[in-house]
Write a protein that binds this ligand. Structure first.
Ligand code: J5X
Ligand code: AKG
Ligand code: FE2
Length: 353
């Protein structure tokens, strides 16, 4: 059976030459990390649009209480209008979230030489390094990441030879919580979409027993010139849905047609859920896959933790059968990952019917 790690291994990305900067030693934004044209170009292009757009919708990402009686409708509407929402009353304890956050901080505050011991191998998907999307951009990002798929033990032993257990336990517990929360949200979404009983059963069974997730720890160090740098370049997430914890510092932005880049500030105790490409496909395009980015700050080192939830790599994903006029062809998760690795955002248009 193909696993998520295998899917990334089969389609290696050459990231070896892209290594995060030793951020502490840099006091001026290097040319390699200066995006001024790109950043302002994206914004001004969209501001020109704004003059003509009529903005008569809610102006910020909705906050959904998972214990609300009409939660299916709330989640469904948020998925259709925004492709993103905050969840509160999600059942994940704040102490666990704080632990993950502080473990991530500890990891990123290790000396660069130490972190580089876990540098993502050429065919590997896990460990320390630049974002996978980096080779698609000519400028580098003000960011370092650490990817975990399954157990973090091998990398953790390299980072803290005598003291790795606490990190592993926290990451394991958090991944389990994220998996069950993601599953719970997926069921609400399937209820909202027109899903046949049979499909619901197949999807639920594979999602709970066979699903695979990945945990991405993101670090955006203090940046000497944040307006001309990008933390994480604009992208959509590939899998079904992503659950993001952002600590108290702003940085996440989403792109809204006719509006431009909109900040999604952290709300204490909430988690941000966003639709990924695979759920966009399953919903036959009814749910947008959210184009988003992260920007750095001058005085605050920002940490975010993203959990990516998806079906097993060899399962087949396509528009749900009751949704009329399929707009995308069905394909395996592995095939989609491979298309995305090669074509990034053009992957979706390549599977249009
Ligand atoms: C399971 C996943 C999801 C990945 C790839 C793999 C592990 C790391 C994830 C991210 C995290 C950072 C943004 C992104 C775009 C990236 O560059 O790496 C994500 C990507 C995706 O959603 O495609
Ligand atoms: O740091 C953030 O707010 C966004 C992270 C993100 O988009 C990702 O990890 O895919
Ligand atoms: Fe993302």
């Amino acid at each position: 059976m193909a696993t998520l790690s295998q899917a990334y291994k089969d389609d290696p990305l050459d990231l070896q030459h892209i290594i995060p900067l030793d951020f502490d030693s840099v006091h001026k934004l290097p040319d390699s990390h200066t995006w001024s044209d790109h950043v302002s170009c994206l914004d001004s292009e969209k501001y020109a649009y704004l003059k003509h757009a009529s903005i008569n919708e809610e102006s910020s990402v909705p906050i959904i209480d998972l214990s609300a009686p009409n939660v299916v409708e709330l989640v469904g509407n948020a998925c259709q209008v925004w492709g993103m929402f905050h969840v509160i009353n999600h059942g994940v304890s704040s102490s666990l979230v704080d632990d993950v956050d502080s473990c991530a901080r500890q990891l990123f505050s290790l000396p660069t030489q130490q972190k580089l011991k876990t540098l993502r191998a050429p065919g590997g998907a896990t460990g320390y390094g630049a974002a996978r999307i980096s080779p698609f951009f000519s400028k580098l990002m003000w960011h370092e990441g650490f990817t975990i798929i399954g157990s973090a033990v091998e990398h953790a032993k390299e980072l803290w030879p005598h003291d790795y257990e606490e990190f592993c336990n926290v990451m394991d517990t958090y991944q389990k919580k994220m998996k069950s929360l993601a599953y719970q949200i997926l069921l609400l979404i399937l209820k909202f979409l027109d899903t046949t009983q049979e499909e619901e059963e197949t999807i639920s069974i594979t999602s709970i027993y066979g699903s695979e997730g990945a945990l991405q720890l993101n670090s955006y160090p203090c940046c000497p010139d944040p307006n001309r740098a990008i933390g994480l370049a604009p992208h959509t997430d590939s899998l079904l849905l992503t659950i993001l914890h952002q600590s108290e510092t702003n940085g996440l932005q989403i792109h809204r047609n006719g509006v431009g880049w909109l900040s999604v500030p952290p709300i204490s105790g909430s988690l941000v859920v966003n639709i990924g490409d695979l759920l966009h496909i399953m919903s036959n395009g009814r749910f947008p896959t959210v184009y988003h980015r992260a920007v750095p700050n001058q005085n605050r080192h920002r940490i975010s933790i993203a959990y990516f939830y998806g079906p097993p790599a060899d399962s087949i994903v396509g528009p749900l059968s009751k949704l009329p006029f399929p707009r995308y062809r069905s394909l395996t998760v592995k095939e989609y990952i491979s298309l995305k690795n090669k074509h990034l955002e053009r992957a979706l248009s390549l599977i249009k019917i």
